[in-house]
Design a protein around this ligand. Sequence first.
Ligand code: CMC
Length: 427
Amino acid sequence: MEHTARLELDGQSHDLPVVEGTEHELAIDISKLRSETGYITLDDGYGNTGSCKSAITFIDGDKGILRYRGIPIEEIAGRSSFMETAWLIIFGKLPTVEDRERFRQLLTDNSMMHQSMRKHFDGFPPNAPPMAILSAMINTLSMHEPPLDMEDESQLEEAAARLLSKVRTIAAAAYKSSVGEPMVYPRYDYKYAQNFLHMMFSVPYREYEPKAEVVKALNLFLVLHADHEQNCSTSTVRMVASSKANMYASCAAGVCALWGPLHGGANVAVVEMLQEIKESGMNVSEYVAKVKDKEAKQKLMGFGHRVYRNFDPRSKILKKAADDMLEAMHIDDPLLDIARELEEAALSDDYFIERKLYPNVDFYSGVILRAMGLPLNMFTVMFAIGRMPGWIANWKEVHDDPKGRIYRPRQVYVGNPQTEWKPREER
Ligand code: CMC
């Protein structure tokens, strides 16, 4: 028997189909509600709205579960490189040895920027935010790339490799331009994370030699950020993609959405918060009291999540990685100690317990990025590089959907009723 939900409205009953996902998530399909009843649904901030069916990433926020293409994040982290994870997310299965080799070669062959793209960097002011540069340059990239036939799977693989590879080159170039150093070419013999560190930190008179633990931690950071279902930036990418915009335009929009402090920008905000606590000499319980006070309009950055009402599994993995990395590199970062104290204080506080607020991915990631030597203004860029596979996969899912329609939500209008236009002298 068909599973339906009965809605009683204005004395009439309507049977709405219930859709079940592979993990038994249940959703009421309201797509015909307006045509049948004249009503729309209202869900400010989309907290309870499924915007699409997707086969890429599964999250159970109550249980703290995250899986890419069905595989638990705990099994992927530390075992698959970012490159392998990207292929898994975009193409739906773990790559075979041949897939890996082909994709690795595509990434290497596409790591350079078109020479004329370098001129664009000269046009940005010296203190331009790297997120602004990244978004602008991803769009610029589309003008410099020969068009590809996206209906052809092999060309799509090349397009994905180009974007993933060049985004890393652009990010490093944005940093170099911001510090007034010459851009560094990618190396043929380096893998993804190592090549990024080389382009970031090598200078003409000294080649940067990435430490194994730094490369490992960067890979882990990127893997943990690779996708996270219908978050703000990914929904933005899908929204843009639904108008049939190209992959570059859609992902550039994703960068802009990620920028804000409630989303990817939180990794910057966390470090700023930890620094503020350290410099002000405030103790952790005073800070916790401040974030509980609604008048202060201050959140505990790196805490809370729309979907997780339990530990964010990524934060658990990153906490351990931060401990391991700092120990291996003999770094004593006082911000890590403050973060640990803050977590402990928040997790035992009724305010956070009642609201089910736990540390999210951004809580410990900043400590790791600092230990790598990355400057604060690059933190959200790092998130963007990591999220690129998820954006590409979601773009592809929208693009491949034969029944896909343009995304176009409705609204409840609360503005002026019909109002008469007045000539200037009567206003
Ligand atoms: N500190 C203090 N109070 C909080 C926090 C926090 N970090 N997060 C939520 N709350 C309170 C919130 O004020 C509300 O209280 P009340 O019920 O008394 O009004 C309650 O908890 C429920 O929160 P909400 O605002 O309904 O949560 P949301 O789902 O709309 O927002 C969030 C989710 C992530 C934007 C929010 O938790 C937040 O602003 N956290 C800090 C920023 C942050 O760390 N963002 C990174 C998110 S994870 C990675 C990513 O998406 O990029």
